[in-house]
Design a protein around this ligand. Structure first.
Ligand SMILES: Cc1cc2nc3c(=O)[nH]c(=O)nc-3n(C[C@H](O)[C@H](O)[C@H](O)COP(=O)(O)OP(=O)(O)OC[C@H]3O[C@@H](n4cnc5c(N)ncnc54)[C@H](O)[C@@H]3O)c2cc1C
Length: 410
């Protein structure tokens, strides 16, 4: 039977690739002969949980989601540790670094992102590390065993989680950030200053704004030099300065790309035999860097390939939670507001709580929560649904239980 089934090949065995396979197996387990190529070592893991592995709150084994046996059980050919280096679109062939060639009838690109590396000297020194893979985390844990001073470059979600993890591993950590506020893409100035205070009381040294000029050292990194001339001693430097969609393969194959691989509402690229999902994809000018959108994309792409001609992806409203134990931060949507927006703010300094909601035309379009994030998921749902909130507007900031109970009673 398998000889007659169309061959579906997935390139990229990360969170989007694995979620796509799960969805497809649920909807149409027999429809395709499946193969997946991954650049990382065997199986798949929950990348989000690299942060608790670094901090020691989880072990590497705890975050494995799809061991090789899962692929074998579902009849999926898994080629791990062997990146695809070329796509021949006219012959419908992919070729790997290890020299394997595989035919496809349909190809799904799920190649994710790679860390953005700022253009500075010294990136290739031993002791300079990115924070993207299980192998990266292994190297950071190893460095923390025998070295003391770490510098983290980047004050976004990843940089803060890296810094927190290294402090928990006993390192003396300095974090430098280009902007005057932390997590400027997720937090307003007030929430960022609360976060900064909290992190400093936990022993994180912050220097912001600060720009790196070079990484110094001979056989291993020994310092970070800033553009103002300061030198920060470092035995480990973690670069967490952002991500870049991994489009190299797609570009070389001549697929339409801008920042990411351009896809339409059915997640097809400029070649109807190739789909793209996850962080490598660009949909309606937007590339995402969080898992919620890629889960939605994986579902739509799998539904279409399972035969549902009506499956469409219309974009996602994203929300972020910082995974630093004891610090509760949530952010979603247009948290800074702007023209035509109204802002509702609740401040309770004694309990360390700050909540800001942004509404436009009685609809929630943004939220920042600090200190109490229990209602984050509810606010994110309200944003996605675009519900008119006039009837509960005055109670909205007090959370779901209070706002909905009173709305019902009214
Ligand atoms: C430390 C950390 C913490 C995070 N925390 C959160 C969080 O709290 N919340 C959240 O929503 N998101 C979080 N993220 C982001 C989230 O992990 C990503 O959005 C998600 O992993 C993207 O999935 P993806 O499948 O598109 O890419 P990936 O998961 O990166 O998978 C892509 C895979 O493709 C492989 N690949 C690339 N090129 C090739 C090739 N040519 N051939 C074969 N394989 C290839 C890569 O090696 C990789 O294994 C975090 C990320 C990190 C690194």
């Amino acid at each position: 039977m398998s000889a007659h089934r169309p061959r579906l090949v997935v390139v990229g065995n990360g969170m989007a690739g694995a979620r796509f396979l799960e969805e497809l197996l649920r909807l149409a387990p027999e429809r395709y002969e499946l193969a997946v190529f991954g650049a990382e070592a065997a199986g798949n893991y929950n990348r989000i949980l690299l942060s608790p592995v670094l901090s020691g709150e989880k072990q590497a084994a705890d975050i494995i989601t799809h061991p090789p046996a899962w692929y074998a059980r579902h009849g999926i050919a898994l080629y791990a540790d062997d990146p695809v280096i070329a796509i021949d679109r006219s012959a419908r062939l992919v070729t790997t670094l290890g020299g394997r060639s595989e035919h496809y009838d349909h190809l799904v690109l799920a190649t994710g992102s790679r860390p953005f590396l700022p253009p500075i000297q010294g990136l290739d020194l031993p002791g300079v590390q990115c924070f993207r893979t299980l192998a990266d985390v292994g190297a950071m844990i190893e460095a923390a065993r025998s070295h003391r001073r770490a510098v983290v470059i980047g004050g976004g979600l990843l940089g803060l989680e890296a810094a927190h993890g290294l402090i928990r591993r006993g390192m003396d950590v300095t974090l430098i950030h280009l902007c005057p506020v932390l997590m400027e893409r997720q937090l307003d100035a007030h929430a960022a200053s609360l976060l900064q205070r909290s992190l400093e009381t936990r022993g994180l040294r912050l220097i912001l704004p600060a720009q790196t000029q070079a990484l110094l050292g001979d056989t291993r990194v020994r310092a970070v030099r800033l553009t103002d001339g300061r030198e920060l001693p470092a035995d480990l430097v973690v670069i967490a300065a952002g991500i870049v969609p991994e489009t190299q393969l797609a570009r070389a194959a001549g697929l339409a790309c801008e920042r990411g691989v351009i896809v339409d509402d059915v997640l097809l690229t400029s070649d109807p035999a190739i789909s793209a999902i996850g962080e490598c994809a660009q949909h309606r000018k937007q590339c995402y860097g969080l898992v919620a959108p890629l889960y939605q994309q994986a579902r739509v792409c799998a539904a279409r390939l399972a035969g549902d001609a009506g499956a469409r992806y219309a974009g996602s409203v994203v929300s972020t939670k910082l995974k630093v134990t004891g610090i509760e931060v949530f952010s979603a949507g247009e948290f800074n507001g702007g023209e035509g927006c109204q802002t509702i703010v609740l401040r309770d300094p004694r309990r360390g709580i700050y909540k800001k909601l942004v509404l436009r035309e009685q609809r929630l379009v943004g939220a920042v929560l600090y200190g109490d994030i229990r209602d984050g998921a509810w606010y994110a749902r309200l944003m996605q649904s675009g519900e008119n909130l006039q009837r509960m507007r005055s109670r909205l900031v007090f959370g779901q239980r209070y706002a909905e109970a009173k709305a019902e009673a009214a």
